[in-house]
Design a protein around this ligand. Structure first.
Ligand code: HPA
Length: 248
């Protein structure tokens, strides 16, 4: 079974897609070990779409324990050409309050100790992929067009800083990230994006602002707050994914 478009998202995102008709689930063995979840195949607007739950179906995998290589390799093996990656983020930029949807166009990677490349073993030569524009320009354009079709407000330019987690940042760390030029902070954007590039799969992030990053509004961050904003933001995300798939 193949599908051209994949959605990597949180648990049960596929179940929230109104028009998604699930056909079956599949586990593909990979040379890199176990992926986060089985692939969930189905149809959305007559197009084959496949979902992968990044943290597992029961949300058991923290960001630094996700097997990003197995996930991306499995999607490539399933015939995927485009990945819509849904990421929860904290916002540093006062133009992007909680519940906003942002399509970042740049990345700064602060994560460490993650298996981050397919080009590590049994090489006949060293490979350096280009990562000037870390997200697929054409896929970003399709998402932006989908948002316009739905008259949805969308932020089109932002720098995504990927931190290691699983803890949130200190206020001083957020200040530093801001000085570096980050607008958003998340824990799962890397090495997912660069692994997709290594396998020539188009990849773009649909980032959902869950909270103001640490120290931005002077308050501590609560999980209740994050869950509340995420749930509301996901309503917009599912509409955006549905329209993106329709026009893809
Ligand atoms: N920091 C890092 N990752 C996150 C945050 C945050 O504030 N919110 C949601 N994911």
């Amino acid at each position: 079974m193949t599908a051209e478009i994949a959605v990597i998202g949180g648990t049960g995102l596929y179940a929230m897609m109104d028009d998604f008709e699930m056909t079956h689930q599949e586990i593909i063995n990979t040379p890199y070990g176990e992926a986060s979840s089985p692939l969930v195949f189905g149809e959305l607007h007559g197009k084959q779409v496949v979902f992968l739950a990044r943290h597992g179906f029961t949300h058991r995998l923290p960001p630094h324990r996700i097997n990003y290589r197995a996930n991306i390799w499995m999607l490539k093996k399933a015939g995927v050409k485009k990945i819509l990656a849904v990421n929860a983020v904290g916002s540093i930029n006062d133009k992007f309050p909680p519940e906003n949807i942002v399509i970042p166009d740049q990345i700064i990677d602060y994560s460490w100790g993650r298996e981050h490349t397919f080009y590590a073993e049994e090489l006949t030569r060293v490979v350096h992929i280009d990562f000037t524009f870390p997200y697929s320009i054409s896929l970003r354009q399709t998402i932006i067009r989908a948002a316009k079709n739905k008259q949805m407000n969308l932020e089109e330019n932002a720098v995504y800083g990927c931190t290691q987690g699983p803890r949130l940042e200190s206020a001083a760390e957020v200040k530093r990230l801001s000085r570096d030029g980050c607008d958003l902070i998340g824990m799962t954007g890397m090495p997912e994006a660069s692994l997709a590039r290594e396998l020539s799969v188009d990849y773009a992030s649909i980032s959902v602002v869950a909270n103001w990053a640490a120290g931005i509004n002077g308050n501590e961050i609560s999980m209740e707050q994050i869950d509340y904003h995420l749930q509301k933001g996901m309503e917009k995300v599912k509409q955006l994914i549905t329209e993106t798939v329709r026009i893809s």
